[in-house]
Write a protein that binds this ligand. Sequence first.
Ligand SMILES: [Zn+2]
Length: 294
Amino acid sequence: MDKLIRATAMNGMVRIIAADTREIVDEARRLHELPATGTVLLGRMLTGGLMMGAVLKNESDRLTVQIKGDGPSMGCLVTSGMNLEVKGYLGNPEMELPLNEHGRFDVAGAVGREGKFTVIMDMGLKEPYVSSVPIYTGEIAEDIAYYYTVSEQLPTAVLLGESLNPDLTVQAAGGLMVQMMPGHDPMLADLITFRLEEIPPLSSLLCDGNSIHEILNMLFDDMDLIINAEAQPRYFCDCSRERVERAFISIGLRELKQLHEEGRTEELVCQFCNKRYLFSKEDIGKIITEISKN
Ligand SMILES: [Zn+2]
C-alpha cells in the first residue's frame, strides 16, 4: 500500500515528507503504457509533485508541476494537492532512451538540459501563482530542491528513487523531501545533507524491504523525529464527460459547426488517464444548439 508521511525533526526546524509510491507509479505506467525511461521520469515527477502538494497551506489548493526541456519526452506535467491525489502525463509517452553512461535510466536526457521547471499554485484566487526556474539537472529531485531553494528561499533536499522489474512493472518507488525552516542552525542543514549523501540510494533501500518509516528512523532517529500524519496517496483522475465537453466547446463555434457538417464522431482522450470520450454528430449538434442559445 502506498503511503505518505508528514514528519518534523529538531523541534520543528526540519520538515520532512516521505512517500512510498510504488502503486502510483505502476498505475501511471499501466495507464500510459510507458516504456522504462518514461515510467521513471513520470514516476519521479508524480512522487515529487505529491510531496510538494503535501506541503500546500490549504485543503483546496491545487499544485501543477511541469518540467519542459528540449529532450524527447516533450515535457512532463503532474498535478496534486493536499488530498494526496496525483495525476500526470508525458508529452511523448512512447519515448525511450538507452541507459546513460552510469547504467541508469536517462531521465535527464529525456527531459533535456535547456528549459524550465515550472510550479503553478492555484489557491482559488483570480490568478494562479506561477513560478519558473531553469532546469537544474533534469533528474527531477535536484530540480525540485533547486526550485524551493531559489524560488521560495526554503533550503530543501529531495531524494527520489525507483526500480523496475525485468517486465518493466514497478518494483519500488518513493521519495523523501527535507526542508529547513526559517531560523534553523546552518550546522544542522550540513549534517542532514551529509547523512542524505551517505545513505544508500533510496531505490536500493526500498528494494531491500525497508519501509519509509524505517528509512526515516535511519536518518532522523536522534533528531527528535515526530511523525505528524500518515495517509494513503493515490493516482486519481477526476475527468468527466462534462469537463471534457467544456474543453471541446472551447475550440469555438465555427470549428464545432464544421465538425458537425463533416459528420464524423470526434474522439477526445483525457491526457491524464487515457479515458476516451466520444462525441457523435448528434452530440455535437446538441452542443451547438446549447451554446447558440446563450
Ligand atoms: Zn482522466
